[in-house]
Design a protein around this ligand. Structure first.
Ligand SMILES: C[S@@+](CC[C@H](N)C(=O)[O-])C[C@H]1O[C@@H](n2cnc3c(N)ncnc32)[C@H](O)[C@@H]1O
Length: 260
């Protein structure tokens, strides 16, 4: 560990999340993550999960090891939120979210919902799909049937489809993505919008709780957690992200500097 890893509020381990024994059992309130998709992106590290030469079954076996670690570090009333989409593989649609949910259930997780994240600004990507994908899924799991859930009081506005008729949170969430979020820039490899992780932090944790991201990337989960006085633990193979995460955290501190 180094640099940003030394702050009290954020601990980053630059190693594979297949082994998270450095984290105490039952110490994490919520897990928020977006995993590497099978055969989709090369993050440039030999230990990365999801490379082209890995079979679909092998990918899930390695991911299952991560879900086992997640189950162990999660508190009894904790939840896990996995942002993931179906993938088009050689002309055949793979139901990745369903297969991840199945593996997580095998580990002991309880499947609470499959939330649809509607991305109104999504455009046709590099795939040859006939239909442009305007959504991803958020797999919502809990360690036990009884788990912590706080009401969402911070809706986007009256038009937010997430608000159901009785003002409770629904399972269709609308968060636009920034255009042009691909390319070689590490920050833009595959970040999800902070508004999305903000919502999950609000509805699943309290100040002082610990949030874990086993695939931290550019640190969006950490920003949401620290901005709301939660702690964050992250695992990420690529230490190239360290500067990106530090810059993002610095701008967060600048934003709140006037309050101190
Ligand atoms: C979809 S990206 C996460 C993006 C992140 N949510 C963000 O906001 O930037 C997946 C990340 O998992 C990392 N990764 C791949 N295999 C890993 C492993 N075995 N352990 C830890 N991180 C891994 C990749 O380097 C990549 O940064």
């Amino acid at each position: 560990m180094s640099g940003i890893s030394e702050t009290d509020a954020l601990r980053v381990y630059w190693q594979s999340s297949e082994d998270m024994s450095v984290v105490d059992s039952e110490s994490v309130q919520t897990i928020i993550t977006s995993p590497p998709y099978w055969d989709l992106k090369d993050y440039g590290h030999e230990d990365q999960i999801g490379t082209a030469d890995e079979s679909y079954e092998h990918y899930h076996n390695r991911m299952k090891a991560v879900w086992e670690e997640c189950y162990n570090v999660l508190k009894q009333n904790g939840t896990m939120w996995i942002v993931v989409d179906t993938i088009m593989e050689r002309g055949d649609l793979q139901l990745l979210p369903y297969h991840i949910a199945q593996r997580a259930e095998e580990v002991g997780f309880v499947l609470q919902d499959l939330i649809t994240w509607y991305k109104p600004t999504a455009i046709a990507g590099m795939t040859d799909r006939n239909i442009v994908s305007k959504k991803e899924y958020i797999i919502y799991l809990s360690k036990n049937r009884n788990h912590t859930f706080y009401e969402e009081n911070s809706m986007n506005g009256k038009e937010d489809p997430a608000v159901s008729d009785d003002h409770r949170l629904g399972n269709l969430w609308r968060f636009p993505v920034k255009r042009g979020t691909t390319g070689d820039n590490f920050l833009h490899k595959a970040p999800y919008p902070q508004a999305l992780t903000d919502r999950i932090v609000r509805i699943s944790t309290e100040p002082g709780d610990t949030v874990l991201d086993p695939f931290l990337g550019s640190g969006t989960t950490a920003l949401s957690a620290l901005e709301r006085d939660r702690q964050c633990v992250g695992f990420e193979l690529n230490q190239e992200f360290e500067t990106v995460i530090s810059d993002r955290l610095n701008s967060l501190q600048q934003k709140y500097l006037t309050e101190f």
